[in-house]
Design a protein around this ligand. Structure first.
Ligand code: CTP
Ligand code: MG
Length: 230
């Protein structure tokens, strides 16, 4: 009983501000998207990967990895959640409501396979799904509109959300569609499920599973990948 992985890679990378979308920038001579896909292809029990790219993407077809029979490419939408929903729509014919679907950002090439295996293991009997994340380590302040610090928030209950995120297909598709219809702002899959009243599980990953977002993240990600090789 395997699972599919959806990889949203249809963003333009505005915060990176490079001359091409950030997933096509290279880390140690290989594109970020290739790093991410090569790692995902090593997952046990993987049925296949749906990579969601921008309709005008001129780069993906240049990458040899797209000849891999386990990889399928489709077009994305305006927001990240539209891209993920397009992925779910293409998988619909293959899936039953209780089947697992994983979502992983193209822009997170440094995740460790062992963490994903732990996520899968911890979700074994779970009815909804869960995500990798890490506890906040800094002291967290809540501000007013004038940068005045109003309070220190109890950080013991605060965690940063990462991907992979993994959910039962039925609840994920239903929650994402509802959130979109109701105009609820969602930046990850879990937030759509939370808004629908579900309680996804948090599984502790590691801090170096960074989302490559800004220029300074590039040398950081290169270093993390090098350290992981040893
Ligand atoms: N993504 C997507 N479809 C969109 C927007 C984003 O598939 N309409 C993907 C990105 O390609 C990325 C992941 O979702 O792999 C996380 O998004 P983010 O880090 O925000 O990437 P971008 O949207 O490209 O970057 P920015 O927000 O700085 O423009
Ligand atoms: Mg974005």
């Amino acid at each position: 009983e395997g699972y599919w992985v959806i990889v949203p890679a249809a963003g333009v990378g505005s915060r990176m501000g490079a001359d091409k979308p950030k997933q096509y920038l290279t880390l140690n001579h290989k594109t970020i998207l290739e790093h991410t896909l090569e790692r995902l292809l090593q997952l046990p029990a993987l049925n296949g990967i749906v990579v969601v790219v921008h309709p005008l993407d001129a780069y993906w077809s240049e990458l040899p990895i797209f000849e891999n029979p386990k990889i399928k490419v489709i077009e994305g939408g305006q927001e990240r959640c539209d891209s993920v929903l397009n992925g779910l729509d293409t998988l619909d014919e293959h899936l039953q409501p209780l089947d697992w679907v994983m979502v992983h950002d193209a822009a997170r090439p440094c995740f460790e396979l062992s963490d994903v295996e732990e996520l899968i293991e911890k979700l074994d009997e779970h009815l909804v799904g869960g995500i990798l994340g890490v506890p906040v380590s800094d002291t967290v302040k809540r501000l007013n509109d004038n940068y005045g610090i109003e309070e220190t928030v109890d950080r013991r209950v605060l965690w940063l959300a990462q991907t992979p995120q993994m959910f039962r297909y039925g609840v994920l598709a239903k929650s994402l569609r509802e959130a979109l219809q109701q105009g609820i702002p969602i930046t990850d899959e879990a937030s759509a499920l939370e808004a629908a009243g579900y309680v996804p599980l948090m599984v502790e990953g590691r801090r170096d599973n960074i989302k490559v977002t800004r220029p300074e993240d590039i040398p950081m990600a290169e270093l993390i990948l090098r350290l992981q090789e040893r």
